[in-house]
Design a protein around this ligand. Structure first.
Ligand SMILES: N[C@@H](CCC(=O)N[C@@H](CS)C(=O)NCC(=O)O)C(=O)O
Length: 213
């Protein structure tokens, strides 16, 4: 059985957990005390992930990291969610890279600073991140206008990757999806209806934390 190391606040963990549920693969969830710097300890890095990141997926004796790489492996191994032909697989890869480099990266960084960081976000950091988030969200909003999923006409790991942080409460990021990005909000609702979906705070280990700032 797979074992997934992460916590409820981690949308990157949620991406993998949701994929495993869609693929009907049982998984043991292991809590990582990320908020108390568990991933910064040399011992954790030596044993779990030298990159110092969650999620980590135990695949037998192998420890897999990077949600995009993990999602790709799962899709290939279980023969679903990876795109139905070469063109779709290429598109899936493009969106995974866009997500990891920009879409999730800027948004998750902002949400962490706004909700969970020990000090309030510096206005200069907000001024740097917000236009970049808006640019990424505008690109996805336009792409999703008039289509149901990111690639082709069916659910893929691209949807699971880009949506990973969009199921958390609005107050954690302060970005009101239905008001500002209606096509994204409709897509997120569609994903909530996929069998296997569950709220991250119900699915993953760890206590819910009220947004700090
Ligand atoms: N591209 C990575 C990002 C993983 C990531 O940034 N995880 C966060 C928690 S959700 C983390 O461990 N951050 C620690 C750090 O960046 O030092 C992935 O998708 O797995």
């Amino acid at each position: 059985m797979y074992r997934l190391h992460g916590l409820a606040q981690s949308g990157n963990t949620f991406k993998v957990a949701f994929a495993l549920r869609v693929l009907q693969q049982p998984c043991e969830l292991v809590f990582v005390d990320f908020m108390n710097a568990a991933t910064r300890s040399p011992q954790w890095r030596a044993e779990l992930n030298p990159m110092g990141e969650i999620p980590v997926l135990d695949d037998g004796p192998r420890r897999l990291t990077q949600s995009g790489a993990i999602l790709t492996l799962l899709a290939r191994r279980h023969g679903a969610l990876g795109g139905r032909d070469d063109d779709e697989q290429f598109e899936v890869l493009r969106w995974l890279l866009f997500d990891n480099h920009k879409f999730t990266s800027y948004f998750a960084t902002w949400r962490y600073m706004k909700s969970f960081a020990p000090t309030p976000p510096d206005p200069a950091v907000r001024a740097f991140l917000m236009p970049r988030i808006e640019n990424c969200f505008g690109i996805v909003e336009q792409h999703l206008s008039g289509r149901e999923f990111l690639v082709g006409d069916a659910l893929t790991i691209a949807d699971l990757s880009l949506s990973g942080y969009l199921f958390f409460p609005t107050e954690e990021s302060g970005i009101d999806l239905p008001a500002r990005y209606p096509a994204i909000a409709r897509w997120v609702q569609r994903l909530r209806e996929v069998p296997g979906w569950q709220d991250p705070y119900d699915m993953l280990p760890g206590e819910r934390i009220a947004p700090k700032w």
